[in-house]
Design a protein around this ligand. Sequence first.
Ligand code: PMP
Length: 352
Amino acid sequence: MKWEDNVRKVVPYVAGEQPNMSDMVKLNTNENPYPPAPGVAMLAKQMDVEKLRLYPNTTAEPLVDALSEYYGVKKSQVFVGVGSDDVLSLAFLTFFNSDKPVLFPDVTYSFYDVWASLYKIPYRAVPLKDDWSIDANDYKAENGGVVFPNPNAPTGLFEPLEKVEEIIKANPDVVVIVDEAYVDFGGESALPLIDKYENLLVVRTFSKSRSMAGLRVGFCMGSEKLIKYLNDAKESINSYTMNLPSQVLGVEAVKDDRYFKDTLEKIINTRERFKKDLTRLGFTFPDSKSNFVFASHKTVDADQIYKKLREKNIFVRHWNKDRIRNYLRITIGTDEEMDRVVTALEEILSVR
Ligand code: PMP
């Protein structure tokens, strides 16, 4: 059929499943086990539905204002989107427009190659080193742009700011995107570098550290020029990306810094405790600074553990892909949830 020749075809990204069972432990999509800040619930209950009659603010101004104040950057340096996927996808479309390949790690967020394919952006997946770290020298080749998460996903490994800056410094002629979806869990942000490098875009999300995956709020910070180009592209696709409840509830989440920091501390403590259990059970893993651990067992196949955990209604993520086939990505939940995982692993590995 002729018309099909002109269809923009793509093999889509596969998101982690969203099972809904009463007694499950859901550790497969890096969600936060704690609820959003208490003020968010209060405001949601008081929301004036009559206001939904009108279109929302096109640039999510209240949320941009709150974020600019919180991070100490100008309002003109902040852009908000429908989750960081929306921000990243728009950034790919806007900034990666060259015949040269965009570079990103071979083991990384598996949406990058999907956006590149959809927008017909040439790309090259650069192999990570055996210890899963990035070799900055690999990013000194000619390219059409650079993107990587820090900490990386699904490895959880954090690259020091000096290495990030080395990569940015080597690439003054393209846009460098640092995807900091997990940085609040222990990494160091590249945010202080945005005034030094006009071509650096730092992307963040409310989905993980702010417990609001369901609200779909992401944002990025960069030079005024980058943000202007993003706004121009967004205004050329959809004027009203951010719905009113997201804008209002997002502001409320940013206000409660105490709750934000307390929640992060709890997750980090649980993660460190869980690492000890994993080591005791014979797993190895890169030293995660995110809200998940990427673990491989010394003798038992990941696929087998994955299936047996599922039988116990414990959901983690496993990819049947080169290099990472023998790893499980396990999100950090509450202490109680991780205890249940540890007990299940002890049974599966017959160490009880
Ligand atoms: N970047 C990375 C590295 C991620 O793991 C995710 C979560 N799947 C995202 C971006 C997107 O998250 P969200 O759209 O919920 O902000």
